[in-house]
Design a protein. Structure first.
Length: 261
């Protein structure tokens, strides 16, 4: 198909056939799965996936590509092409609670990676797992463990609700046009219960965000405005942590302990 990719829609099409196949087999789709694809593009992944699953819903925001896909896949009984923005798509409404949880798939547009992940996690009760291609730096941040330089508030946010795993790296020239950086194929296995018990999620995330706001500071200094000195001292004592600890050393459990205290 002759088509000029639109940069503002994050159109980087995956053209490497070997990688396409590698991705589909890594997804481990089952014949009774319902899958939502984000950004079907020219439908190259769509074609592989529809043959493996019970039902595939493919979102594409671009009207031109949508028209192309409709024609290309006319008459397919287990595929529905939808001309919608994933950020405005209500998964709860679309996929009834009575049915199995869905799997989400996407070589997603890089310009809205975090909003897409945030949006999907809002519907985590309806989702079994998410398979996405994201920029390498971003994947490293999502999957980072405490103590590593990539560990930050987004790692905590995602790991609280899912178990991320980097499945493999993808070179930038597997895409057309090639983006500036390499990518990763990533799986988020959505947790049915959160990673740690938290009494007040708003406070928990507020503490995490503030803690990482100035990551060179000690925890004590970054949290100065929201947690009193006495409370912090209690926390360090009770959980045997150094009062000079830096935020990137704290696990989700530590942050939960602090918020619950
Ligand atoms: N899956 C295809 C295309 C990847 S490029 C492939 O692997 O080759 C990303 C695709 O997402 C583009 O087709 C782009 O038009 C679409 N897209 C961009 N923003 C979107 C949004 N908000 N909602 C749904 N699709 C979007």
């Amino acid at each position: 198909m002759l088509y000029k990719p639109k940069k503002y829609l994050g159109q980087n099409f995956l053209i490497d056939k070997n990688i396409q196949r590698k991705i589909v087999s890594a997804c481990d789709f089952k014949v009774d799965d319902t899958v939502l694809e984000i950004g079907a593009g020219r439908g190259e992944m769509t074609r592989y996936i529809k043959d493996k699953v019970a039902m595939l819903y493919a979102l594409e925001i671009d009207r031109g590509l949508y028209g192309f896909l409709k024609k290309e896949f006319e008459g397919e009984r287990n595929l529905k092409i939808i001309n919608k923005d994933i950020l405005k798509f209500n998964i709860n409404k679309f996929f009834p609670k009575s049915k199995n949880k869905i799997k989400v798939f996407g070589n997603i547009p890089y310009y809205i990676t975090s909003p897409i992940i945030e949006c999907l996690l809002k519907f985590k009760d309806r989702i079994d797992s998410v398979y996405i291609t994201v920029q390498k730096e971003f994947a490293l941040r999502i999957a980072a463990k405490p103590g590593s330089k990539d560990y930050g508030s987004f790692s905590c946010f995602v790991q609280y609700q899912s178990v991320p795993k980097i499945l493999f790296f993808i070179k930038k020239n597997s895409f057309y046009p090639a983006p500036k950086v390499d990518s990763c194929f990533l799986r988020l296995a959505i947790r049915s219960t959160a990673a740690v018990h938290v009494n007040n999620e708003r406070l928990f995330f507020k503490i995490i965000r503030s803690a990482f706001n100035q990551r060179r500071k000690t925890l004590r200094n970054s949290l100065l405005d929201i947690v009193s000195k006495d409370k912090l001292d209690d926390f360090f004592l009770k959980f045997s942590l150094s009062p000079d600890i830096r935020p990137e050393r704290l696990s989700l459990e530590d942050f939960a302990n602090l918020a619950n205290l």
